[in-house]
Write a protein that binds this ligand. Structure first.
Ligand SMILES: [Zn+2]
Ligand SMILES: [Zn+2]
Length: 246
């Protein structure tokens, strides 16, 4: 049917931002139920880093072997879906496909996880993991800023975009474990003319699109806790890579 006729007959239908199909009802605004059914949400996860544990042997309040070996500096992290299959494709569109509008359905997903896991944590500010200025101008936007801003709006929590990333780091997964930390040393900075006391004694929720190696999450948390003297740092991401337990 021609598009204008569709609008005439089904004016109430919304368009899915992932597959562009029209739909009536969905639990997530901006994404149809068919797309949503292709998302498998993480249920069995590490109690600290929030990544899916495969096989699902560690159920309940257990850290994964990696977090047992070295406890990350943030209180805990949660992640919505594992970085694979269809959800990964939609996330890649969001990051590289000039599709900042996908922030909306993704922020609605984060909101559900927030309500489940963070609503008792007294979060003062929601902040994005910053992107280096060169990378941002190349891509046109920082998807993480859009995501964090949209989430803050939905939750009516103050959004603060006050950090800069001053090192254009190499993709961390290309580096050996011991080099990742070095690559990110001194990578974060408070933007000029911002109150250095802003985060002092506050509870900060940091939003990112993905946790892969966990180094970024650890380094930015160290910065916020040690340099900016926050009380607690929490982490929430759309996706993460699973932890495979022997
Ligand atoms: Zn769809
Ligand atoms: Zn873990």
């Amino acid at each position: 049917m021609l598009e204008f006729l569709k609008d005439l007959f089904y004016p109430e239908k919304k368009v899915c931002l992932a597959c562009e199909r029209r739909y009536d009802h969905s639990e997530i605004e901006g994404m149809c139920d068919r797309c949503l059914s292709r998302f498998s949400f993480i249920n069995h996860f590490c109690s600290v880093c929030g990544r899916e544990v495969i096989p699902a042997t560690l159920i309940g309040d257990h850290p994964c072997p990696e977090c047992q070996e070295k406890r990350p500096p943030y209180n805990f992290a949660r992640s919505v879906f594992t970085y694979a299959g269809y959800p990964r494709e939609v996330l890649l569109e969001f990051k590289y496909g000039h599709r900042p509008d996908l922030a909306k359905p993704f922020a609605h997903m984060l909101r559900l996880y927030y309500l489940e896991y963070f609503s008792d944590q007294d979060i003062d500010f929601i902040i994005p993991v910053p992107m280096h200025a060169d990378r941002k101008s190349y891509r046109g936007y920082n998807q993480t800023e859009r995501l964090a801003e949209e989430l803050a709006k939905l939750l009516k929590i103050e959004y603060k975009d006050v950090l800069n990333r001053i090192k254009n780091s190499l993709p961390l997964y290309t580096l050996a474990k011991e080099d990742r930390k070095i690559e990110l040393e001194g990578a974060f900075q408070l933007k000029i003319n911002r109150d250095p006391e802003l985060f002092a004694d506050k509870n900060i929720l940091v939003v990112d699109d993905i946790i892969t190696t966990g180094t970024t999450a650890s380094e930015i948390s160290h910065f916020i806790l040690d340099e900016l003297k926050a009380k607690n740092v929490y982490f929430m991401t759309l996706s993460s890579v699973p932890v495979h337990v022997e």
